[in-house]
Design a protein around this ligand. Structure first.
Ligand code: PMT
Length: 423
């Protein structure tokens, strides 16, 4: 499977003769399995027609003042949340300047300002414009703001001159884009990620379960693998395609999950528990299907072990990241779990009933494509104050990538501190 498979990619096209090459980029991204949406600036539509890109991408093209923005209900905020990456190719000197200064005077620049997706730009312009000090400063500003710059290439230009400023070849843009998804921040580390629900049997056909789809955990496992980790995904029953990971273990019950975790914990550097593990199981599971003979049925439940607490007290304790699925007092309850379960980090998400549909906010948490995360962690340098970050509503794949970057950073800080303490 390609790194770009299943990724949501927005191609931003600005005004320049190289805009026609974006047609090939669209096609090649789709061949790689990416889901592509096109946003064009007004100037871009003078070089190539939106219809070309609509036909190629199979989706309405977004440009300023067109109906597609409304018709599909995907205005800049939705598109910003939808994207895993935004690649502006070609990126004109004008758009680069606007982005560098945080201007948002058209759909593309507004979208970029509103998005936490990976952002990349492939400059294409006349060599003198490229060499101009303002353009150079603007590009550096974007790189400082975590944008990835692809190219430009050098060679003959449409204006008849020769020099630097040509759009990078499409194949090179694809290679660079793939590289952005493979950050390498967890290179060589062993991770265990748990995902999905557990099923606690009542009899051979019935069980106690929950609404977890596994999406959050699977997205974290994929993001961790893209970041270079060796990932073991331990998954409860989910209706998701089995991910192409180093190690995938399917389990059903909390007890099976516990066993799978303990079998793999020795060499684990980071443990991320996104699974919705059942706190209780049925004490006496019926061997035969329970018949409907009585008006009432009482099931005696007994407590399951708290797997994450066992991991946190293990002799070779990994960096332990828990999730807190809360319906109320999200922050307080999450902080309480961080302490009570002896975790390094806790990722809180609100799993109360779907939000008011009139707000047009996507549903988040259980069994949704979207989530929002509030994260707290212990800081080795400051025992008094917890570290804290909030990741606003976005697709779980986008959040997983942000979360993995944060975990990698905190893991390294902890490791450094531990080394200093034991020196
Ligand atoms: O799967 P999705 O549909 O994408 O939804 C994602 C999610 C909402 C399930 C996920 O983001 C999430 O919040 N997972 C944790 C759910 C949960 O069980 O939270 P909790 O507050 O009950 O448990 C706290 C932590 O203890 C969790 O890390 C949990 O995995 C762990 N735990 C709980 C019970 C138990 N017996 N053993 C555990 O290890």
């Amino acid at each position: 499977m390609n790194t770009l498979t299943g990724k949501h990619i927005v191609i931003g096209i600005t005004g320049g003769i190289a805009a026609y090459k974006s047609a090939d980029l669209t096609r090649r991204l789709q061949e790689a399995g990416a889901d592509v949406r096109i946003v064009m600036t007004g100037a871009a539509t003078e070089f190539v027609t939106p219809l070309t890109f609509q036909a190629l991408s199979g989706h309405p093209v977004f440009f300023d003042n067109n109906d597609a923005n409304e018709a599909s209900g995907m205005k800049h905020i939705e598109l910003a949340r939808w994207a895993d990456a935004i690649i502006i190719a070609p990126a004109s000197a004008n758009t680069i300047a606007k982005l560098a200064h945080g201007r948002a005077d058209n759909l593309l620049t507004t979208l970029c300002l509103a998005s936490e997706a990976i952002k990349c730009f492939a400059p294409a312009m006349n060599r003198v414009m490229w060499d101009d000090q303002s353009t150079q400063i603007n590009c550096r500003t974007l790189i400082d703001k975590d944008w990835y710059q692809f190219g430009p290439a050098s060679g003959p230009q449409a204006c008849g001159e020769t020099g630097e400023g040509r759009l990078l070849e499409v194949s090179e843009i694809l290679t660079e884009l793939e590289r952005c998804f493979r950050s390498g921040v967890l290179q060589g580390l062993n991770l265990i990620v748990t995902a999905g629900p557990t099923y606690e049997a009542i009899d051979p056909v019935r069980f106690i379960g929950n609404r977890s789809s596994g999406r959050m955990g699977y997205a974290i496992a994929s993001a961790a693998q893209e970041a270079g980790a060796n990932v073991t995904l331990i998954s409860g029953p989910c209706h998701l395609p089995t991910p192409a990971l180093q190690n995938f273990i399917a389990i059903e019950s909390a007890e099976e999950m516990q066993q799978a975790v303990l079998d793999n914990i020795e060499k684990c550097h980071i443990y991320i528990s996104a699974a919705a593990v059942s706190d209780y199981r049925v004490e006496n599971v019926a061997i035969q299907k329970i018949k409907k003979t009585e008006d009432d049925l009482t099931l005696q439940l007994i407590k399951n072990d708290d797997i994450i607490s066992i991991v946190a007290s293990h002799a070779s304790r990994p960096y332990v990241v828990g999730f807190a699925a809360e319906t109320e007092n999200v922050t307080e309850n999450a902080k309480d779990k961080l302490v009570r379960k002896n975790l390094d980090m806790i990722v809180a998400n609100d799993v109360s009933t779907p939000l008011d549909t009139s707000t047009k906010q996507p549903d988040i948490g259980f069994n949704s494509e979207y989530n929002a995360l509030h994260i707290f962690w212990n800081q080795p340098s400051d025992n008094e104050t917890l570290g804290e970050r909030h990741f606003d509503i976005a697709r779980k794949s986008q959040l997983a990538k942000q979360l993995i970057s944060l975990i990698a950073k905190q893991y390294n800080i902890n490791k450094k501190q531990h080394a200093q303490n034991t020196a």
